[in-house]
Design a protein around this ligand. Structure first.
Ligand SMILES: O=c1ccn([C@@H]2O[C@H](COP(=O)(O)OP(=O)(O)O[C@H]3O[C@H](CO)[C@@H](O)[C@H](O)[C@H]3O)[C@@H](O)[C@H]2O)c(=O)[nH]1
Length: 451
């Protein structure tokens, strides 16, 4: 390690969206010569090694996830459980505190990146060396600033000016999702918002994945609220995977003409109700386009096959697949046959979507996804949201098909406008200097934090 390199430890929340995004950042920082100790649940390693481009500098530090009553044995990430059980997994995450302290004492990093582990800054006080903590959010800054603004508005305490570009109107069902962030328990005796508040108050600096060109001054708003330095890492574009697309997908996708296949994936957490699962796949059928849907089995089902509508499999034979397992999303999005991506707008998928050539259809579920979907569909007009009931938030097969047809119909003016706007965002994100400048400044700021 040369004198300008830093030893950084990273401990993201046990969600693949967080872990993978942290690993992409680890690659960018390793490329600058820094050494990273990447703490992960031990069973996730096999899904992550392909993303590690600097095995000489990025070391996985596997830990055991403690068992918590109510979670299936062996649960390690949100991928393994329904969303409603995330609070139990968060309890398990909090129980790792002692093990994390022992690891930090042993490896003595100079900087620790963390997100939902609000207790982590306290642990670094006893390491015997200076250690700076960075609360690094892979959740976008418009989402975080929206939550902070909502809290301050309710308290009648809006002394920090809110970025006007982010004044967002929510439907009734979306408002309830934001309310849950503020009120529901997430881990024992603490809400998600209180976690955010404690972590932001305790950290030495707050970092965000993202760039001002797309997300505006939202990160600065959050920094001002907590009076903390803000670091922006830039979009942290995924590095190409070191593996090739699985042959079965390459062969299947290769059967269709360029830009004709709809790819659907709703991230690693969202488990649909059976009715919504069926409306989604029936909507795909209705479009008449070929499709590949990578979905978790709906609530109460062991497999996706068991939950399909009657006769569906036979009707879409040869042109549609509903797959219940993990797929190589970044490689699928690069396949020339894919023309449309129905995404839940998780921050990882969104960036992958924006740098792809696909038309975007948006189906958000939880709070940050809702804010991101509004930014992309309303501010940038680079995607179309699937219409849902104002009160119940439900979508129908007709609304799924309608959104897809809007962007896939070559005669549609809206579709054409969306393509142009998406191309602008893609060009911005892929422009030669954008990412390298952000990473350079981010690395520089880390050195400044160390004094
Ligand atoms: O079959 C799959 C499914 C997902 N992925 C990858 O897994 C990541 C998923 O990340 P993301 O799109 O961010 O979705 P979630 O895992 O659902 O994300 C959680 O974490 C995100 C980051 O905080 C939040 O934005 C989301 O709201 C939250 O659900 C992406 O890189 C995908 O490419 C695959 O490779 N294969």
């Amino acid at each position: 390690m040369d004198s300008s390199s830093i030893h950084i430890a990273m401990y993201p929340w046990f969600a693949m969206g967080h872990i993978i995004a942290y690993l992409h950042l680890a690659n960018k920082l390793a490329n600058k010569g820094n050494k990273i100790s990447f703490i992960i649940p031990k069973g996730t390693k096999s899904k992550l090694v392909h993303f590690n481009h600097f095995p000489n500098l990025i070391t996985f530090v596997p830990i055991n996830v403690p068992h918590v009553h109510g979670l299936p044995h062996g649960t390690e990430t949100t991928l393994d459980i329904p969303f409603s059980s995330n609070t139990l997994l968060m309890t398990a995450f909090d129980i790792t505190q002692k093990e994390i302290e022992l690891i930090l004492v042993e490896i003595k990093p100079s900087i620790v990146f963390f997100d939902t582990a609000f207790w982590l800054p306290n642990l670094t006080r006893n390491l015997g060396v200076k250690c700076v903590t960075v609360l690094y959010w892979v959740i976008t800054s418009p989402s975080m600033s929206f939550i902070e603004y909502t809290v301050r508005k309710c308290d009648g305490n809006g002394e920090v000016e809110f970025p006007a570009s982010s004044s967002i109107k929510l439907h009734a069902h979306e408002g309830r999702v934001v309310d849950a962030i503020l009120k529901n328990e997430f881990g024992i005796g603490i809400s998600f918002y209180e976690r955010i508040w404690r972590a932001s108050t305790m950290a030495d600096a707050i970092g965000f994945k993202g760039c001002r060109e797309i997300e505006g001054p939202n990160a600065d708003y959050v920094g001002n609220v907590y009076r903390k330095p803000v670091l922006l890492s830039g979009p942290v574009l995924p590095e190409p995977q070191t593996s090739a697309l699985e042959e079965k997908w390459a062969l299947w996708l290769g059967k269709f003409k360029a830009g004709s296949v709809i790819y659907v994936a709703l991230g690693s957490e969202w488990i649909l109700q059976q009715n919504q699962f069926q409306e989604l796949v029936l909507g795909l059928e209705l479009t008449g386009f070929p499709f590949l849907a990578a979905l978790k089995p709906p609530l109460g089902f062991e497999s996706v096959e068991a939950a399909l509508p009657d006769g569906f499999k036979e009707r879409v034979q040869g042109r549609g697949i509903v797959h219940g397992g993990w797929v190589q999303q970044t490689l699928i999005l690069k396949h020339p046959s894919i023309g449309c991506f129905i995404t839940h707008c998780g921050s990882g998928s969104m960036i992958e979507a924006l740098v792809s050539q696909c038309q975007l259809v948006l189906l958000p579920n939880i709070f940050d996804q809702i804010i991101t979907a509004k930014l992309i569909s309303t501010t940038f007009k680079a995607g179309v949201e699937i219409r849902r009931g104002e009160e119940d938030g439900l979508f129908s097969k007709e609304s799924v098909s309608e959104a897809v047809m809007t962007v896939m119909n070559e005669e549609s003016d809206v579709g054409k406008e969306i393509k142009v706007n998406h191309t602008k965002l893609r060009s911005l994100l892929l422009s030669e200097d954008l990412e390298s400048t952000y990473v350079h400044c981010f690395n520089h700021k880390l050195h400044e934090l160390l004094g």
